[in-house]
Design a protein around this ligand. Structure first.
Ligand SMILES: Nc1ncnc2c1ncn2[C@@H]1O[C@H](COP(=O)(O)OP(=O)(O)OP(=O)(O)O)[C@@H](O)[C@H]1O
Ligand SMILES: [Mg+2]
Length: 203
């Protein structure tokens, strides 16, 4: 990537992360409830048995109310875990009320790695992706690790080949994370749906 694009992306990350970090506790709680209301009306979520979520960090919109709803509905919930050997990749581990969580290298809580709790990626019905910024075309800017781009690349390639794809990726964000345009790179995977507390974008 050229230096200018890299610096533009870093500047956008800094700007948008600040906007979400400055939201009040009340705004955060209301946004999480409103987001949950929207998510639970999505056919892909209603029909899903396995859903990957995340634990909010850095002012990200919280999925706590949604996770509680999933548990009540007996849907199986998964959290991303940094792969121990395959650099830059994620594993998806079962997340229950009783799951022991440990902090990873980014200080984000994740389930303690146990092979029996890993779900093969192709068995996920819905993947809820966090993001730093998005635009009205579905372009996504993350925290800069490329984790979700790598995770979604096989899904994206299958879709391009018009193969039957099972997974529904859904990006979620605060409304203030919408930008006019994102300087995307060839490896960035755009999302087919992004849901905020007030809006539902789909492409
Ligand atoms: N499919 C891929 N294979 C190999 N490297 C990749 C892939 N996708 C992204 N990368 C690399 O990951 C790095 C970070 O990518 P990028 O800046 O797009 O992260 P991001 O989308 O903000 O992060 P994340 O996906 O974790 O939210 C880049 O150097 C990029 O080359
Ligand atoms: Mg990216």
């Amino acid at each position: 990537m050229d230096l200018i694009t890299h610096e533009q992306r870093q500047a956008l990350r800094k700007q948008v992360r600040k906007c979400r970090q400055q939201l009040s506790i009340n705004d955060q709680q209301q946004a999480a409830i409103d987001l949950c209301q929207q998510l639970i009306q999505q056919p892909s979520i209603i029909n899903a048995q396995t859903i990957s979520v995340y634990l909010a960090n850095d002012g990200e919109i919280s999925l706590e109310p949604f996770i509680q709803w999933c548990w009540q509905q007996n849907k199986k919930v998964y959290l991303p875990v940094i792969h121990p050997f395959s650099s830059g990749h994620l594993l998806f581990l079962h997340y229950q009320q009783t799951t022991t969580l440990v902090a990873n290298k980014y200080n984000i809580l994740e389930p303690k790695l146990a092979v029996t709790n890993v779900l093969p990626f192709n068995q996920l019905d819905v993947l809820i992706a966090p993001l730093v910024a998005f635009d009205a075309q579905g372009n996504r800017l993350g925290m800069g690790g490329g984790f979700y781009d790598r995770t979604l690349s096989s899904w994206h390639n299958q879709k391009i080949l018009s193969e039957q794809v099972h997974l529904s990726p859904i990006g979620v964000a605060h409304d203030c994370q919408l930008l006019t345009a994102i300087p995307s790179q060839h490896w960035d995977i755009p999302l087919p749906q992004i849901i905020t507390a007030t809006k539902h974008y789909s492409w």
